[in-house]
Design a protein around this ligand. Structure first.
Ligand code: AMP
Ligand code: MG
Length: 406
């Protein structure tokens, strides 16, 4: 058996980032930038008002004038070319540009307006300061400013900033196209009752969903029986169409595991067949068909998902330009004993993690941890990391990988 760390290093040392490309902003969420991004403009682009009210000249207000003739109205989107003087004001709406001569805005709530001889006059008592309620040009983002460093993951907020600056295309690491295939003659996708000996293929939809969840693109390469010819065709097809291949099944030591024979052949002997000191997901294979990385994940449903999390996901993140490849474990409090026997392996136990009112993450272990038990995958959202030894007692702190929202 090899250590998990070692297996992860074997994988990551063979993974490089994908060729970069320009992508429209609408396709960039969650993707990672390549270069430094600078702003060519200031935000806001012009001085404007933060409130509905009246634009005034601060010096005029300061000198004691308390009545101002209202010259007109400026709405958001107007040019705002109504110069004001020491005795005049302009009605102004949130987001509208300040007119020439104005450098403060009185909120409409603090004003009173009267009419005389067909003219409107503004009066108020409130003290004002210079630039009050003014959003100054460049106060958010300055022209020429470094916005984002290389390898920034683009969140909705980043996309908003880029859009506000008129940046419609970004150089990014693309989404990896991940071929997902299942191997095993027992597997079917047919509707209707199962024939004797058959089970339904559950790994492919699970893995495809995990791929999608991390922002990559699953490509369905189908369910392939344990038949050397069909396996060879499927792997060759996948290697020509995908950036990376996830195959499940056939990596342990069964008699009909042709996957092993075919992968050895197609990978030019680069496949490493590993037994990793973890439970579940001990058997694992990795290699390259041409330059396409291939992950041989174990067939048991829970094992394939755990293997994906610990070995494939970090590699696909690396391909997509991420600098942070692994999740940071949370120190959670176990609500029950997490018992295990010493066996030289790290156990990744399915648990339900919740943020409780004490501000801590608490975990509730699933009672059964066998790797063929699919159902527990659906109602757990985290993996407790239980190192070799007797396990943990209720109340202990346990490093936990939270996979999904608490
Ligand atoms: P294998 O790794 O091929 O020896 O498979 C280990 C176990 O996982 C066997 O019980 C398989 O029937 C089961 N298995 C393999 N592939 C899948 C799959 N795609 N969906 C559900 N179960 C699977
Ligand atoms: Mg099999």
């Amino acid at each position: 058996m090899i250590e998990l760390r070692q297996a992860q290093e074997i994988v990551l040392s063979n993974i490089s980032s994908l060729p970069v490309k320009m992508a429209p902003l609408a396709d960039c969420d969650g993707l990672v930038t390549v270069t430094e991004i600078y702003s060519d403009e200031s935000i806001p682009p012009f001085d404007n008002t933060a409130v509905d009210g009246f634009a005034l000249n601060f010096n005029a207000v300061q000198s004691g004038t308390r009545e101002f003739e209202i010259l007109g109205t400026i709405a958001a989107g107007d040019v705002g070319d109504i110069p004001i003087t020491a005795s005049s004001a302009v009605r102004i709406m949130t987001g509208a540009p300040l007119p020439p001569g104005a450098d403060c805005v009185l909120m409409v709530e603090d004003s009173s307006v009267s009419e005389r001889n067909g003219k409107s006059y503004l009066a108020f008592r409130k003290a004002l300061s210079r630039y009050e309620n003014v959003r100054e040009s460049g106060s958010d983002i300055k022209k020429g400013q470094l916005l984002f460093a290389p390898n920034t993951e683009l969140s909705p907020g980043h996309l908003g900033v880029l859009a506000s600056l008129g940046i419609h295309e970004v150089s990014i690491f693309p989404r990896a196209r991940v071929g997902v295939l299942s191997t095993g003659s027992e597997l079917t996708n047919e509707a209707g009752p199962l024939l004797p000996g058959q089970i339904r293929d559950s790994n492919r939809p699970t893995l495809a969903s995990l791929v999608r969840e991390m922002g990559a693109v699953p490509i369905d390469m189908g369910t392939i029986p344990d038949d050397p010819k069909k396996l060879r065709e499927a792997f060759l097809d996948a290697s020509s169409r995908c950036d990376v291949i996830l195959s499940s099944g056939g990596v342990s030591v069964g008699d009909f595991d042709y996957t092993k024979q075919i992968l050895d052949e197609l990978s030019d002997g680069t496949m490493s067949w590993m037994q990793i000191a973890i439970k579940p997901a001990k058997p694992f294979a990795f290699g390259l068909i041409g330059s396409t990385p291939v992950f041989g994940l174990p067939g048991n449903p829970v094992s394939s998902a755990v293997s994906f999390e610990l070995l494939a996901r970090p590699a696909i993140r690396k391909m997509m330009g991420h600098l942070k490849l692994f999740r940071t474990p949370v120190r959670a409090i176990s609500e029950a004993d997490l018992r295990r026997r010493p066996d030289e392996k790290i156990h990744f136990m399915r648990v339900t993690a919740k943020l409780e009112s004490d501000g801590r993450v608490h975990i509730e272990p699933k009672s059964e941890q066998s790797s063929h038990l699919l159902y527990s995958m659906a109602n757990s959202n985290a993996l407790a990391i239980v190192p070799d030894g007797p396990g943990y007692k209720s109340g202990d702190e346990v490093e936990t990988l939270v996979l999904r929202e608490l």
